[in-house]
Write a protein that binds this ligand. Structure first.
Ligand code: SF4
Length: 373
């Protein structure tokens, strides 16, 4: 029907898809609830007004796909403790700097004298380490399956070049476990999932098997153009109507069934799956994140500074902000505009929660693009 390599740029194809979706869902007496897992999709949906275009047939539920947003306060507190160590330069990506921990944030710590640097790529850290040979450089690594290969590539480089002053605070998380945790919530009414494009480029699509087999929910992996997202929604709606659930790829321009084998091998060389990891709003989820393998504990900041971290966590209670609704938004229970602080005391200039800080966060997307209609 459409040529996905060329037709995604044409406005009339977008409008055609909207009417096909409305037609497909027309037989229901309710809107279908579709969760877009990835923060990049949330921004496209809001930016191009896809939620408005499909207001009769689809309720977009925003998922836990923003890596900054899902970091719990305890993990931010640990980064802050690490930044306070003597002779340490803590490095991380820009958005992480402003996310509030219990009592502080990395940007406040920098203002108080901690040496905290923003990096654009993990490979920037090699230069920093070479220029500061008398310092320990700790990389506060965050992100989903998409960015884990970049961290693994950095480890590969430091091993090859014998660099001894780079250490890792690993916070790489995995997409399927939080989706399953959301589906396990008894009040979850999600009909299907728009699967993340960038993650699937790396992992391939079999990681979603459990969602379609055990939970019987369609998963369609999508690109980021309006056409891509609408095409994926149409594919999901067709599955729902025909009462089957399977994994489909709506982003064949980039995603292959088996993903990127080289990237997977690099990740498997250095990382293994944690028994459990805490997520903002979702609590501890089994097997939902990566850690360095035991044989690399010489570069694992969590292992090297274990006692120091535990002492700080024991002496300083981890305090969640009780008014911020990020946790409920990440579970798909609330929309950002339903938070009483949205656009009032919480704005991108004065963010109260992680979902407003991150450029992939749902609250930031609503702040930029949402208007009542
Ligand atoms: S608007 Fe601000 S306070 Fe409310 S949920 Fe979003 S980040 Fe938290």
């Amino acid at each position: 029907m459409f040529d996905i390599y060329n037709d995604f740029k044409e406005k009339e194809n977008v409008l055609k898809l909207v009417s096909l979706i409305d037609e497909e869902v027309g037989g229901y007496n309710r809107k279908v609830k579709i969760m877009e897992v990835c923060g990049g999709h949330t921004h496209s949906i809001m930016k191009y007004g896809l939620n408005r275009m499909l207001s009769r047939s689809v309720d977009f539920i925003h998922g836990p796909g923003c890596p900054v947003c899902v970091m719990p306060v305890s993990r931010i507190d640990i980064a802050i403790y690490l930044s306070r160590l003597e002779n340490v330069i803590l490095t991380t990506y820009g958005d992480m700097m402003r996310v509030p921990g219990s009592k502080s944030s990395l940007i406040k710590e920098r203002g108080n004298g901690a040496d905290i640097r923003m990096v654009y790529s993990p490979l920037d850290i090699i230069k920093l380490a070479q220029e500061n040979k008398n310092k320990k450089i700790i990389f506060y690594a965050i992100g989903f399956e998409t960015t884990a290969p970049m961290t693994a590539a950095l480890i590969e480089q430091i091993k090859v070049h014998g660099i001894e002053n780079i250490f890792f605070y690993i916070n790489h998380v995995l997409v399927p476990p939080p989706i399953e945790a959301i589906l396990d919530l008894c009040d979850s009414e999600i009909d299907g999932f728009v699967g993340p494009g960038h993650v699937s480029v790396i992992t391939g699509v079999e990681i979603y098997n459990n969602i379609v087999v055990k939970y019987k929910k369609p998963v369609v992996v999508s690109g980021f153009e309006p056409f891509d997202i609408l095409m994926s929604v149409l594919m999901i709606a067709k599955q729902i109507n025909r009462r089957f659930s399977r994994i489909e790829i709506g982003y064949t321009r980039a995603v292959k069934q088996n993903g990127n084998k080289k990237a997977q091998e690099l990740v498997n060389k250095y990382f293994e799956i944690r028994d459990s990891f805490e997520w903002r709003g979702l609590g501890y989820i089994p097997k939902s994140a990566l850690k360095l393998k035991e044989k690399f504990k010489d570069i694992d900041a969590e292992s090297l500074f274990r006692d120091y971290i535990y002492d700080n966590l024991a002496n300083n209670k981890v305090v969640e902000n009780q008014v911020c609704k990020c946790g409920d938004i990440l579970k798909g229970k609330l929309k950002p505009n339903e938070c009483p602080l949205f656009k009032k005391s919480c704005t991108p200039d004065n963010p109260i929660g992680a979902c407003m800080v991150s450029h992939e966060g749902a609250c930031a997307a609503y702040f930029k693009y949402f208007d009542d209609f």
